[in-house]
Design a protein around this ligand. Structure first.
Ligand code: C2E
Ligand code: MG
Ligand code: MG
Ligand code: MG
Length: 288
């Protein structure tokens, strides 16, 4: 009886598992091909200075349109890129694209680039950053590297040394998704981050959830005490923006200020002087 059951479940599950494995292998193969051919795009989402109301820069967000399938969310393909090591060439590609893009923007606008822990822990990460800065001509102060708490869970001494080397170059370091994972306040003590970005789950909960609002408040207080810039992610309404401004957040980003968009659209929406009109066809403007 039992034998029949186990055989039955074998017949039931095996094809499904097989299909999932095959799909995963195909996805990996497509990703590998896309990395070799550099078939990615970077979108840019504005970072807003809440005090001046002006744009402070943009976060670079990687986009992959998988041929025959459509866009794949970065959370999905970046996880695969991390498992396969593809994140190393892919991460270097994003960094290069973002720095060359930002070098065309007016100073002092910054570009924020997400860095995977695997990339960060790789021996020549600092050299890559240095080389990309030199090649693009972007001032180091205009590059911000976003790292997540998971980076700090292992190899802390080596990680702190890399952070210090990057800082010595003049590059800024932001802690992304603050509060979402295994936050340890001790990390804030061991390394002087330039910015903490509170996770968007707190921003999106703060109007109904008193606990979320309390955390929003204590993070900005903490940032003030430690002299770190505070950013709030995922701002979708003017009400949220106003609360954050009043609470003392220096910076915010979210659909309310602008969605991530391709560089041409980013320049047209956020970098052209207000009131200016698109040039007539044929009129030459230097690309932003
Ligand atoms: P993240 O670094 O925390 O980026 C912010 C995410 O929030 C982006 O999702 C952005 O599109 C989304 N977002 C921005 N404003 C709003 C809003 O008002 N409401 C909502 N609901 N969402 C908002 P996206 O582009 O899907 O990226 C997801 C994650 O993938 C990123 O989270 C980052 O961890 C990772 N990622 C993206 N690009 C790269 C990259 O070039 N390298 C690495 N290592 N990771 C990347
Ligand atoms: Mg980020
Ligand atoms: Mg984030
Ligand atoms: Mg994230």
């Amino acid at each position: 009886q039992a034998k029949q059951d186990s055989r039955g479940s074998f017949h039931f599950f095996a094809p499904e598992m097989n299909a999932r494995l095959q799909e995963r292998r195909a996805l990996e193969q497509d990703l590998r091909r896309a990395v070799a051919r550099e078939q990615f795009r970077v979108d840019y989402q504005p970072l807003m200075d809440l005090r001046s109301g002006r744009i402070a820069g943009a976060e670079a967000l990687l986009r992959w349109h998988r041929p025959g399938h459509g866009p794949v969310p970065p959370d999905i393909f970046i996880a695969i890129a991390e498992e396969t090591g593809l994140i190393l060439p892919l991460g270097a590609w994003v960094l290069t694209a973002a720095c060359h893009q930002a070098a065309r923007w007016p100073a002092p606008l910054v570009v924020a680039v997400n860095v995977s822990p695997i990339q960060f822990r790789h021996g020549d990460f600092c050299d890559t950053v240095e080389a990309v800065l030199r090649a693009s001509g972007l001032a180091p102060e205009r590059l911000e590297l976003e790292i997540t708490e998971s980076l700090l869970l292992q190899d802390t001494e080596a990680v702190l040394a890399t952070l210090a080397r990057l800082r010595a170059l003049g590059v800024r370091i932001a802690m992304d998704d603050f509060g979402a994972g295994h936050t340890s306040l001790a990390y804030l003590r061991r390394f002087a981050f330039d910015k903490i970005k509170i996770d968007r789950s707190f921003v999106q909960g703060m109007e109904e959830d008193a606990n979320a609002l309390a955390i929003i408040r204590s993070v900005v207080q903490l940032s003030r005490t430690l002299n770190i810039r505070a950013n709030a992610e995922g701002v979708e309404t003017p009400e949220q923006a106003e609360i954050l401004r009043q609470e003392g957040y220096a910076e915010a980003q979210g659909y309310h200020f602008g969605r991530p968009v391709p560089p041409e659209q980013f320049a047209a929406l956020h970098l052209l002087p207000p009131g200016s009109h698109p040039p007539p066809p044929g009129h030459h403007v230097p690309p932003l």
